[in-house]
Design a protein. Structure first.
Length: 396
């Protein structure tokens, strides 16, 4: 179910947006509209949905429109046309009081520069949203300490922001947002002001919190590595428009435009892609009851020197090689059980390529990609991994 639905959203900066909207309908470029009308197109015909519990990343360079889009979603900017539907309510059609209620009850914001109140201690900073909601102080205390414990700062409740490091202050900002138990979390480049190592720690911490809370998150960033690490899906913006939207591997392996291709050119694919992105489907498998002649026939047909063995339900049982199959065939054996190699390398589908490289470098046989039930989902061969690292799709 979609928690957020954005439909044909356009935001024009200037006093006569109607004229700019007419020109957009006629297909004029942003530069032409600005030159002729002095109006600036902030976002242009943007549409997307965010599913419940999804981390949806909006990214782009400075001036791409990503922050303007976020400000429209939380109602700080009023869109010139289009709609923003949150849990069935179009917030572009509600009055100011209804909008305030939606912000208080359904949305919370995490800012780039922490935005903590320096004269309040950490406990009171985190409880500020609950205070605005009118919750009694004793009831606020329990909720505040719960979220501070979640971000590892319960021991710092009586300290002030000036006593905390940048990373700790940002964790306070996240705790403050979570304290009101919002349905939707809006994060505007929340980690960009942090040092690289602290930034990585905060990304990991956000993902751990998400595993527990399953919030619907819109995350703004200009950092592609961050987007690839955090996002369930990514929308890449340029000149106020979404130029590509999809999962990490869609953007890395199938860039829709030359702009996107340049954007992803220098990304470390070994960290961004995982086994499911580059695995190939097994051309064939054999079953334990199959004989060595059957196995050799399949290997010859597909030009292979070995085959994975599964049961009828697809559960991985091992691997057989041509030399062993040929040997027991000459001995007159009719089943494969005696030559099944059971100690084969396996990885889950979400294993990063960086973790796979060392395994595939020393393995004499392909790597099996298996799920939690040990069902064979795909195979990693050197060609598919190298193709993934090179930014190419390999489907066979």
């Amino acid at each position: 179910m979609a928690e957020i639905e954005v439909k044909n959203l356009t935001m024009i900066y200037g006093g006569i947006p109607e004229k700019a909207l007419e020109m957009i309908e006629k297909g004029l470029s942003n530069d032409e509209i600005r030159k002729q009308t002095k109006q600036v197109v902030g976002i242009k015909n943007v549409s997307f949905t965010v599913e419940t519990g999804e981390i949806f990343v909006i990214m782009g360079l400075s001036g791409s429109g990503k922050s303007t889009l976020l400000r429209c979603i939380n109602g700080l900017n009023k869109a010139s046309s289009g709609s923003i539907i949150i849990e069935g309510t179009d917030i572009s059609q509600v009055n100011s009081q209804e909008l305030r209620n939606i912000r208080r009850e359904k949305m919370a914001m995490v800012f780039q520069r922490f935005a903590l109140l320096p004269h309040r201690n950490i406990r009171d900073n985190v409880g500020y949203g609950l205070e605005i909601q009118g919750l009694a102080r004793d009831k606020r205390h329990d909720k505040v300490m719960s979220v501070l414990n979640m971000v590892g700062l319960d021991a710092w409740a009586d300290y002030y922001p000036a006593n905390l490091s940048g990373g700790m202050q940002q964790r306070v900002g996240i705790a403050r947002a979570l304290a009101t138990n919002p349905v939707i979390l809006l994060m505007d480049e929340p980690f960009s002001a942090l040092d690289p190592l602290i930034r990585q720690d905060m990304q990991d911490e956000l993902l751990e919190i998400q595993k527990k809370l399953h919030k619907t998150i819109i995350f703004i960033t200009h950092d592609l590595d961050e987007a690839l690490k955090i996002g369930d899906r990514i929308a890449l913006m340029k000149d106020g428009e979404i130029v590509q939207m999809g999962q990490s591997e869609d953007i890395l392996l199938s860039p829709a435009t030359e702009y996107v291709a340049r954007f992803v050119k220098n990304v470390d694919r070994s960290k961004a892609l995982n086994a499911s992105s580059v695995m190939v489907k097994p051309r064939s498998v054999v079953y334990p009851k199959d004989g060595p002649r059957m196995a050799l026939h399949v290997m010859e047909r597909f030009g292979m020197s070995g085959l994975f063995v599964t049961d009828k339900n697809g559960v991985l049982m091992g691997y057989v090689v041509a030399d062993d199959a040929s040997r027991i065939s000459n001995l007159g054996e009719r089943h494969l059980e005696s030559i099944i190699l059971k100690d084969v390398p396996t990885v889950p589908p979400d294993t990063s390529l960086a973790d796979i490289l060392d395994i595939i470098a020393i393995s004499q046989i392909p790597i099996a990609v298996v799920d939690e039930q040990n069902i064979l989902r795909g195979v990693l061969v050197r060609g598919s991994v190298i193709a993934g690292l090179a930014g190419l799709r390999r489907d066979a």
